[in-house]
Design a protein around this ligand. Structure first.
Ligand SMILES: NC(=O)c1ccc[n+]([C@@H]2O[C@H](COP(=O)([O-])OP(=O)(O)OC[C@H]3O[C@@H](n4cnc5c(N)ncnc54)[C@H](OP(=O)(O)O)[C@@H]3O)[C@@H](O)[C@H]2O)c1
Length: 188
């Protein structure tokens, strides 16, 4: 398969398209034909060398992916070949023709592949944070950096759970936060 990888740290210019062996799913994993891969903050931080998960060079890239299931591993019952799914590429190698996923969900009919590929890590981070805090009806929640990727995702989920949401953002983003159902305030 074709995949994007980098052999030195730097800007987008260090990315190159290479041939890698086709991956095959182990137990609990699925393989998707990737239709879209998102660029999370993690991607550029790893690519620039300002963040490390201990992997050497060359490194593949791409956590957030959306596509169509084309192979399933042993024990998989939640999705089947042909389903549209989005999720997190297991080995951070989603910017490729094929990706392996353990953490995934069906793409709702209202979402296209590109929009779905912008969501997984931010959505998982926001959901896990709201769950840890027990956010629901009757709760007032302050979200800092509420207009960003994680912030705006957390705002929408918290509002949907019935919480009152106050979000810090620069003034230019206050209208956007109001649209999402939050009460905007400036920093400080
Ligand atoms: N994306 C993920 O899935 C993920 C997962 C785990 C952890 N994180 C961490 O969570 C944090 C937010 O990530 P994100 O992806 O939501 O980032 P993002 O989309 O860039 O959003 C950051 C927001 O913070 C606000 N901000 C305030 N002070 C800022 C400053 N000095 N520079 C830049 N932005 C500033 C900006 O909104 P205003 O212009 O309105 O101030 C911006 O929209 C990061 O520290 C990231 O490493 C992210």
């Amino acid at each position: 398969m074709k995949a994007a990888q980098f052999s030195r740290f730097g800007g987008p210019e260090v990315l190159e398209i290479v041939d890698l062996p086709d991956p095959h799913p182990g137990p609990g994993q699925i393989r998707i034909a990737v239709h879209a891969a998102g660029i999370n903050a993690t991607e550029w931080k790893l690519r620039k060398g300002v963040l490390s998960f201990g992997a050497g060079l060359p490194q593949t890239t791409g956590r957030d992916v959306a596509g169509v299931v084309d192979e399933v591993g042993k024990g998989v019952t939640d999705v089947a070949v042909g389903d549209r799914v989005f999720g997190v590429s297991d080995d951070g190698a989603g910017a490729a023709e094929l990706a392996l996923l353990t953490y995934r969900a069906p793409i709702p009919p209202s979402l296209g592949f590109v929009d779905a590929a912008g969501l997984p890590v931010a959505l998982e981070t926001a959901t896990r944070s709201l769950d840890a805090l027990g956010v629901g009806r009757g709760i007032s929640l302050l979200i800092n950096g509420a207009a960003g990727g994680i912030g705006s995702t957390a705002v929408q989920l918290a509002v949907a759970r019935g919480a009152r949401v106050i979000g810090t953002a620069s003034t230019a983003n206050h209208g956007y936060l109001r649209l999402l159902g939050a009460e905007p305030v400036t920093y400080g």
